[in-house]
Design a protein around this ligand. Structure first.
Ligand SMILES: Cc1cc2nc3c(=O)[nH]c(=O)nc-3n(C[C@H](O)[C@H](O)[C@H](O)COP(=O)(O)OP(=O)(O)OC[C@H]3O[C@@H](n4cnc5c(N)ncnc54)[C@H](O)[C@@H]3O)c2cc1C
Length: 488
């Protein structure tokens, strides 16, 4: 298992500067009320070189890797999630395909503008009839006597109203000799037939641009195809894994911000003659928040440490970090009491902003099914010769439980397991809890201090109790069909 590279001095120094800048310049509530990104903030981020962070040095970028992007996005998200999403989408889904599969000509033409921040990137795959099911795309990419024709409608495009360069996906029957398959295209604002729709009104991330994208009988040159025609689905898997990881780092940032505000509030607020953080139940809740964040950061760092092996770790990092941020923000509201419900405290905005992360870049329940499938195919039992630390021993027990459940399901269902989504969903849930417990234990072993050991152990114990709760809800016992007959 490669060591996380997130402590890389360059990335941390950049992230420190970014956090200082954000605290000074970004006003989250004002952006939320304005419902749009402040162009001055984009300009200032461009001046800091942030849009080129992970783009190749040969074309004006900084050539840093996923760990650097995750570190910067986490710090930015501590201040404001809309700003972090605008940059994160550009560094993740928006430019990843171009960097990895673009031709030298495409790099030369597009990356200098993207690296300088003169052009922002967007990524459009979701359609009205293709959300979680990306095999249902209706956008077509077809050969045309003058190049390639593109026709379709994309929805919920982050950065849609700001971007000039769009990576889009579509069905491409016949293209490149493949009878079926999907392809990716690089389109530009100003291309004839490309039309950006109005901004959506949203629950959160209100200063992040989200629009439709109409691709109306476009004809563009064949040089706009990204990568090999017909291999779009494979490219999407990598792009989504990279983007999910950047997004998971943003979730850690929001959770850190909510926790920090809650520590401050519970230290200052006096009830029953003492500060809230001296009350036993509150202390338990604060400790749970800390353990969740510790495990989520460990999982994200572990994921970014191995860029060539992102698919499975990024599923766990995305699901776990998004749920961690939701849980931590919810507890933050609870522990702020009535003040937690008042917009001026900034806590409701954190909860609103982070809610979408359980849905976009793969709905968590769909990703749990994917993680469950990987568990069925390749889950290994816990290593017998691992570390003897209490957290590692507890994490191995969690993995053993997840492994046992997977083996039982395989024995019980055999080949039928492949189509049994409720069971795969539960197996995926267990595997993700185990992934987080192992990552936290490894992090604690590496850090080698008592606080880290306590956090990792606490999370392993929380994970064990969550696995027990899943065990108690076996799909076969739940009478779903009967329950759904009821109309309230
Ligand atoms: C603010 C915002 C920004 C976005 N940005 C982008 C972007 O930049 N680019 C882009 O391409 N897309 C983007 N999206 C789209 C986003 O990725 C999709 O909304 C998401 O993938 C879910 O698709 P859907 O909305 O069609 O939900 P559906 O697929 O209709 O699913 C609805 C719900 O049903 C459940 N569900 C569906 N299938 C299953 C299953 N097999 N098993 C269990 N449960 C299931 C899940 O709970 C899911 O949340 C964005 C969306 C929003 C709201």
């Amino acid at each position: 298992m490669p060591e996380p590279t997130v402590t890389d001095d360059v990335a941390v120094a950049i992230a420190d500067g970014v956090e200082r800048w954000a605290n000074d310049r970004v006003q989250p509530l004002a952006l939320d009320h304005a419902h749009k990104m402040d162009p001055a903030l984009i300009e200032e981020m461009a001046e800091m070189g942030l849009f080129g962070l992970v783009l190749p040095e040969a074309y004006g970028g900084s050539g840093l890797g996923l760990a650097a992007a995750a570190t910067v996005i986490e710090r930015l998200a501590r201040r404001d999630r809309s700003v972090a999403t605008t940059l994160g989408l550009h560094l993740g889904l928006g430019t990843r395909g171009l960097v990895r599969w673009g031709t030298p000509e495409q790099h030369e033409r597009l990356i200098p503008r993207l690296a300088s921040g003169k052009a922002l990137a967007a990524f459009a795959t979701t359609e009205p009839d293709a959300g979680s099911d990306l095999t249902a795309l209706r956008t077509t990419i077809e050969a045309h006597p003058e190049g390639i024709s593109v026709r379709g409608t994309k929805i919920y495009v982050t950065n849609g109203g700001l971007a000039t360069i769009f990576t889009i996906s579509g069905r491409s029957p016949g293209l490149g000799g493949a009878r079926k398959g999907q392809s990716l295209m690089l389109l530009e604002k100003g291309d004839k037939g490309l039309e950006v729709g109005a901004e959506e009104g949203k629950l959160g991330l209100r200063a992040s641009s989200t629009t439709t994208l109409n691709l109306d009988d476009m004809v563009v040159g064949a040089d706009r195809i990204l990568g090999a025609p017909g291999t779009g689905a494979d490219m999407l898997r990598h792009i989504l894994a990279w983007g999910r990881t950047v997004m998971a780092a943003g979730c850690v940032g929001t959770a850190v911000a909510a926790y920090t505000a809650t520590r401050r509030h519970t230290a200052e607020r006096v009830q029953f003659g003492k500060s809230l953080d001296k009350l036993a139940v509150v202390r338990e809740q604060l400790a749970d928040m800390a353990a969740l964040i510790y495990a989520a950061r460990a999982l994200v760092d572990q994921t970014t440490a191995d860029e060539e092996n992102l698919e499975v770790p990024s599923l766990s990092a995305k699901v776990f970090a998004s749920e961690c941020s939701g849980e931590v923000c919810d507890l933050a509201i609870q522990l702020h009491g009535g003040a937690g419900y008042i917009e001026e405290t900034g806590i409701p905005l954190m909860l609103r902003d982070t809610r979408i992360t359980r849905i976009f870049e793969g709905a968590n329940d769909v990703l749990r099914i994917h993680r469950g499938l990987f568990a069925v195919v390749a889950e290994a039992p816990p290593a017998a010769d691992g570390s003897a630390s209490a957290a590692s021993v507890a994490a191995r027990k969690v993995r053993a439980e997840a492994f046992r459940a997977t083996q039982n399901a395989k024995d019980r269902l055999g080949i039928r397991l492949a189509g049994d989504h409720p069971t795969l969903h539960q197996l995926g849930a267990r595997a993700i809890l185990a992934d987080a417990a192992e990552a936290a234990a490894r992090r604690a072993d590496r850090e080698g201090n008592e606080t880290s050991a306590a956090l990792a152990l606490r999370w392993a114990e929380m994970a064990a109790s969550r696995i027990a709760a899943i065990d108690a809800r076996e799909p076969a016992k739940l009478q779903s069909e009967r329950c759904m007959e009821w109309s309230p």
